[in-house]
Design a protein around this ligand. Structure first.
Ligand code: FAD
Length: 397
């Protein structure tokens, strides 16, 4: 049976960080908002290493001990030969600072959206978009096994890496295998690790064209995971097998209490993030960082801009592509250059062999990075290795 159609100003598909911040922002500005989530519990299962930078997080939400699993002072990057460099989180802006408990964090964000006035519906899966007169006018969805139509002046696709909303509306969201990092992670407990530092390990035998991370989660436990390019992922070189090798060797007595698998886009942002009556945010718009794979803060930043523009467009009664493009323009002004640089660095790094990576790390051994940003550290690397990193030179002047 088809239920009676609902009508909202804005319907948001997906209750991850992008969806919840968009919903909260637009609802707080007076729009009539519905956010739907296909899962029965927001934030669960987790597909994330849960690392975020403290200052960036604080721009969106006051940290709450209920969803912070651990706090770290910095990170160490290990070359294939185990030489390491250290970055201090307070200034590095690296994707560290807190390890979140995303099951609770995503739920807290959705709760904020609800408190701002947004309606939230879980176990509701978008199955298509309604297009009339060339403009998106809503979605079709399944809620508890029942088909329904939800009409809205603006549909916002915040449906993550597996996004279909954009494609249904005619936006090209295709990712090549090389443009997606495929990851696996274990929550390993009863291990001796330095709870103050995140670790990043590089090397062809550890994580070819990717990296392995160890993010402390407090209580003698850590998220130990790795992600590799989809183009190098095949039988015999699967993230889960590479991870098992590392964990068995490094933490032979560790106990695995959770397994996470998932992908993150590393393509750089979509060329087009809006169309008539539709916007895409977060991983759905491929806004995660191509170099680090970090996408939580990026999704929240984009959600705030999208929520503001959507609410204004609603109050003006103009939801055309030309009007909604303001979101894309503001987003590119604030974040475009940084992600372009990350993509260039990633594209160069994935071509490096272990000997190149060792040379890079050796070239900066002994340099104190504790007062440098990640950008400044990359700048030093480019200056010290002009031949190897020639293609990146102009991005770091
Ligand atoms: C292994 C791994 C490790 C990572 N580690 C980090 C990290 O340490 N730090 C970091 O910043 N980022 C990390 N990321 C990336 C980060 O998880 C994402 O960038 C971030 O979650 C993007 O937020 P989002 O709101 O755009 O999408 P998501 O968080 O993916 O949320 C999308 C939501 O949409 C829902 N949805 C999808 N389709 C539909 C539908 N048809 N109808 C209704 N709902 C739908 C999904 O169920 C989901 O809840 C990692 C990713 C992976 C895979």
């Amino acid at each position: 049976m088809t239920a009676k159609p609902d009508k909202y100003d804005i319907v948001i598909v997906g209750a991850g960080p992008a969806g919840s911040i968009t919903a909260k922002t637009a609802a707080a500005l007076g729009s009539d908002v519905l956010m739907i989530e296909k899962r029965q519990a927001i934030g669960d299962p987790v597909r994330c290493a849960e690392g975020v930078s403290k200052p960036q997080l604080k721009e969106h939400i006051e940290p709450d001990e209920r969803w912070i699993a651990a706090e770290v002072k910095g990170s160490r990057i290990y070359a294939p030969d185990s030489t390491s460099v250290e970055l201090s989180e307070d200034v590095s802006g690296a994707e560290v600072g807190y390890t979140l408990e995303r099951k609770l964090f995503d739920r807290a964000l959705a709760n904020e959206a609800a408190l701002a006035g947004a309606e939230v519906r879980v176990k509701t899966r978008a199955t298509g978009v309604i297009i009339e007169g060339g403009s998106v006018k809503g979605i079709t969805a399944m809620h508890l096994g029942e088909e329904c139509e939800i009409r809205a002046d603006i549909v916002i696709g915040a449906d993550g890496v597996e996004s279909k909303i954009g494609r249904w509306a005619g936006i090209d969201t295709t990712l090549k295998p090389s443009e997606i990092e495929t990851g696996a992670q274990f929550l390993v407990t009863d291990i001796d690790i330095d709870q103050d530092f995140c670790e990043f390990h590089l090397g062809a035998s550890i994580a070819p064209s990717g990296y392995l991370w160890v993010f402390p989660k407090g209580n003698r436990s850590a998220n130990v995971g790795l992600a590799i390019g989809g183009d190098v992922c095949h039988q015999g070189n699967r993230p889960i097998d590479l991870l098992r090798n590392f964990v068995e060797e490094r933490y032979p007595n560790g106990k695995i209490i959770e397994i996470v698998v998932g992908g993150v886009p590393t393509s750089g942002p979509l060329e087009e993030m809006v169309t008539d009556g539709l916007m895409l945010v977060g991983d759905a718009a491929r806004q995660s960082d191509p170099l680090t794979g970090g996408g939580i803060i990026n999704a929240m930043d984009a959600g705030r801009i999208a929520g503001e523009v959507a609410a204004q467009a609603i109050s003006e009664g103009n939801v055309s592509k030309a009007r909604l493009r303001e979101y894309e323009t503001i987003w590119r002004e604030r974040h475009g250059k940084r992600l372009k640089r990350s993509l260039a660095v990633k594209n160069r790094f994935v071509t490096m062999n272990d000997s190149d990576l060792n040379k890079l790390v050796h070239s900066v051994e002994g340099i104190d990075f504790s007062t440098m940003t990640l950008f400044e550290m990359l700048k030093v690397l480019v200056r010290k290795n002009p031949r190897m990193l020639i293609s990146l030179g102009k991005l770091f002047v």
